[in-house]
Design a protein around this ligand. Sequence first.
Ligand SMILES: CSC[C@H]1O[C@H](OP(=O)(O)O)[C@H](O)[C@@H]1O
Ligand SMILES: Nc1ncnc2[nH]cnc12
Length: 290
Amino acid sequence: MSKWTLGIIGGSGLYEIDGLEDRREEQVETPWGAPSDTLVRGRIGEVELVFLPRHGKGHRLTPTEVPYRANIAALKAAGVTDILSISACGSLKEEYVPGHFVAADQFIDRTFARDKTFFGAGMVAHVSMAHPICPRLSELAAQAVEASGAMLHRGGTYIAMEGPQFSSLAESKLYRQWGCDVIGMTAMPEAKLAREAELPYAILCMVTDYDCWREETEAVSVTNVLEIMGHNSAIARKSVVKLAERLSGTERTPDPSGTDTCLDYALITAPDARDPKLVEKLRVIAGRAL
Ligand SMILES: CSC[C@H]1O[C@H](OP(=O)(O)O)[C@H](O)[C@@H]1O
Ligand SMILES: Nc1ncnc2[nH]cnc12
């Protein structure tokens, strides 16, 4: 029977998870360097969990400095089958109130100072990002949040900005005109790299503020983000436990949207034009398809 191994990437305010049996820490290294921190592993029922705080313990790394490739490669090497990201986000919509959760299903990537692919010269891949979120995992996560007592919105577009500064008023208004729903600094290139590593990815956005577009509200600051996060992170931790309990004892069938095997349609470099060194490096994340 195929088991679930959930990778949980915790964002701002979420530096640990609850309820782990057989808890252990693993310091790992990948061909793309060290991940943000040691991996924390354990079990809830029959589900294995691997937790990684995105900014490191104590929130040491800026959104630009997060080693996204090492993080995804470390989770893949740890045997993770699916990744749930939990992120603090600003709201770009009146009805997405601070304290609510959004299971976003689309992204606009406005980041520009990050390594966005595992591939490169000597092994080129083009994965589809038309549907960046795994509907199965997203729905399971959404139900877990609802069961934890929080308001959850299904679907929404997350715009990823470079940061670390928050947006200007003109930018915030522009993103609203573009139809974006929430704003954050980290889901890209994380979701792209998860796709390249054939890992189904879903995100729970914890709405912490109204960014700066809403005249009635004070513009976002770390102080108001952390204030809301105090409450939200308890809900997020409860949701992870509920998700794992729900999956425990169930078989993990292949991801219905095909992410488990997406590299079958993505590798373009002819076998005799491949760089053997890069191919070797890629084994960790793409070994199945190489
Ligand atoms: C502390 S506010 C800005 C910070 O919070 C979000 O982090 P994460 O996505 O890791 O939860 C946002 O993306 C920024 O990095
Ligand atoms: N308003 C905002 N902009 C970008 N990232 C955020 N994370 C939390 N709130 C945010």
